[in-house]
Design a protein around this ligand. Structure first.
Ligand SMILES: *Cc1c(COP(=O)(O)O)cnc(C)c1O
Length: 360
């Protein structure tokens, strides 16, 4: 068996330890004689799995008691609709557009009410985070929406926007559990788990209790009401049971690693290796403003499409996979999520050095 260094933006690398454990438990989960995949979601064994997953996540993120943790389906994209359906009481919301995911969320919200673009970095191909200290927040906005880490462009908010008292809703799909967060600053934090936590399909929504009500937009399907899932402890219907089980294992791995402060340090160290190299390279260069650089997704280019393609191809041959940039922006992108070991980043930089020498 040989594993590659997988720099995919998502679905992405998972801790090898977690995969091995899951493999060991595949045929017989803890003496139940069956796989978690084959198990009733109403069984005692599964009840323990989902409750422990929630408890571990609460501990990792220090989630206050007045927030609910929901394990839902439909990926992050389902939330683009679920958020306005549940939160747009005045049918007004403010969106900050820092990339394609924020834009998609904005476009979806336009189907349900008046969504305002209050800031955007589209003028410079989303290569920076706009100044959000004094934005024209709408008087009657039900919430202010951001995408906190921009997976495709490689930018991250280093400071949250001043929402002037409005509820902040944040898509953290690609920076989930990469560093500590102050949950109390948000009304809703959510993310698809396939970037930094587990298998695609599961989306975790952390939502302040007072935002969970029956007062939703008319016609909102039962399955798309937060209240349905909050009242049922994420077991209204069959949840993505196996996916949640893997997320639970990753939470335990993160606790064992030392928690989110330790992950932050480790992620900063990894990102620094790559950014330091980019900053002195004569061939490669980073594509975003330094102050807004993401710790998780690092886009870079050579300036020549041909050389970019050659790099991606030769890197793959060297066991460094999925370095091609997003289909809409080209170039390269290295996603270095929690589970990417420091050795992976070192191997990438060593390969880039060699490539630079050979191709400059
Ligand atoms: C990947 C991604 C999404 C979309 O996730 P799906 O689960 O495919 O719907 C949304 N937002 C961000 C920030 C992402 O990285």
């Amino acid at each position: 068996m040989s594993r590659v260094y997988n720099f995919s933006a998502g679905p992405a690398v998972l801790p090898e330890e977690v995969l091995r454990e899951a493999a060991d438990e595949m045929l017989d989960y803890k003496g139940t004689g069956m796989s978690v995949m084959e198990m009733s979601h109403r069984s005692k064994a599964y009840d323990t799995i989902i409750k422990e997953a929630e408890a571990d996540l609460r501990e990792l993120m220090n989630i206050p008691d007045n927030y609910k943790v929901l394990f839902l389906q439909g990926g992050a994209s389902q939330q683009f609709a679920m958020i306005p359906m549940n939160l747009m009481k005045n049918k007004v919301a403010d969106y900050i557009i820092t990339g394609q995911w924020a834009k998609k969320a904005y476009q979806e919200a336009c189907l349900y009410g008046k969504a305002n673009k209050i800031a955007s970095s589209e003028d410079k191909t989303f290569s920076y985070i706009p100044d959000c200290s004094d934005l024209p927040i709408s008087e009657d906005a039900d919430y202010v929406y951001i995408c906190e880490n921009n997976t495709i462009y490689g930018t991250k908010y280093k400071e949250l926007p001043n929402t002037k008292g409005k509820i902040l809703v944040s898509d953290v799909s690609s920076c989930f559990l990469s560093e500590p967060v102050d949950v109390t600053k948000y009304g809703v934090i959510y993310g698809g788990v396939q970037k930094n936590i587990g298998p695609a399909g599961v989306v975790i929504v952390i939502i302040r209790e007072d935002l969970i009500t029956d007062d939703v937009l008319p016609g909102t399907p039962t399955m798309l009401k937060y209240k349905t899932h909050a009242d049922a402890g994420s077991l209204y219907n069959t949840p993505p049971a196996y996916g949640i089980y893997i997320c639970g294992k990753v939470f335990k791995w993160l606790k064992k690693m030392g928690g989110l402060s330790v992950m932050k340090e480790r992620n900063e160290k990894k990102a620094k290796i790559l950014y330091d190299f980019l900053d002195q390279s004569k061939l490669f260069k980073g594509t975003v403003e330094k102050k807004d650089r993401s710790l998780m997704n690092v886009p870079f280019v050579t300036g020549s499409e041909e050389l970019d393609a050659k790099f991606v191809k030769e890197a793959k041959e060297a066991g460094l996979e999925n370095l091609k940039g997003h289909r809409t922006v080209g170039g390269m992108r290295a996603s270095i999520y929690n589970a990417m070991p420091i050795e992976g980043v070192e191997a990438l930089v060593a390969f880039m050095k060699k490539f630079e020498e050979e191709n400059l």
